[in-house]
Design a protein around this ligand. Sequence first.
Ligand code: NDP
Ligand code: 8X3
Length: 270
Amino acid sequence: MATAMGKRLDGKTILVTGASSGIGKATALEFARTSPKNLKLILTARRFDALKQVAEEIKAEVGEGVKVLPIQLDVSKKENIDKFIAELPEEFKEIDILVNNAGLVRGVAKAPEIAAEDLEVMFNTNVHGLIHMTQAVLPIFQKRPDGGRGDIINLGSVAGREAYPGGSIYCATKAAVRSFTDALRKELIATRIRVIEIDPGQVETEFSVVRFYGDKAKADAVYAGCDPLTAEDIAEVIVFTAGRPENVVIADTLIYPQHQGSPTTMHRRS
Ligand code: NDP
Ligand code: 8X3
């Protein structure tokens, strides 16, 4: 029997950016599990083979009720996003939920040692990409009655609330996401468009492997003696926010694992 949340999500078209791993992949799977009878999922990332694998996992788990469209997309360039929206197949054009999840951190350098390339990649992906995608999808929402309908779910971070040494650029990108999200919610107040921010603390995904440029040992050390959140923990929160009744907006969230109290306040088992 379908849950109330499953019924509310039934028939929706959902776009998840950064769905090839971590939180994005888990979110795609969680949406499919929650509403397995009639759902459309558009999954994007740069790694197309990984997206196809996610599509296969969803099909194996829930069957044919969830239609998955994997599309290769680098969100860091506006022209890619415009082309992607323009070329969406007719049956996937009416997006109802946008999960702006694609994002990354590169390095732990402190000024003046921050590489120009890392600065550009982080801002172009986490900030420009999220804003360009939001601007590309909003007109679809705004064509609907009552000023518009749809959900925009942005992945911020605890790092956007409290900056830490060695994370200045990543923290600045997530602070920018927070400001943009807050302003957007206010700009859309006369519509039925919900604007939602998800701010996780420490989640074990490919995030730290990317931060340390592929050095798995350094990434593993980040989680040593801790019980970090899983991608599934955050996926459940994302799907919960999208699955609320239309008049309920979970505007903001902060999700920690038990051992964490801020980006730098951690209890580690000795
Ligand atoms: P992962 O590295 O596991 O996943 C990141 C996803 O973003 C991948 O699917 C990656 O796909 C995609 N991505 C990166 N760059 C681009 C790009 N230019 N264009 C399109 N897709 C891109 O990390 P997480 O799942 O942890 O991260 C997801 C989000 O959660 C990020 O926004 C991150 O900042 C945020 N977050 C993570 C936390 C953590 O501790 N892990 C805590 C708080 C927030 P591909 O490489 O195939 O392009
Ligand atoms: C990821 C959380 O604290 O590693 O957004 O930057 S942190």
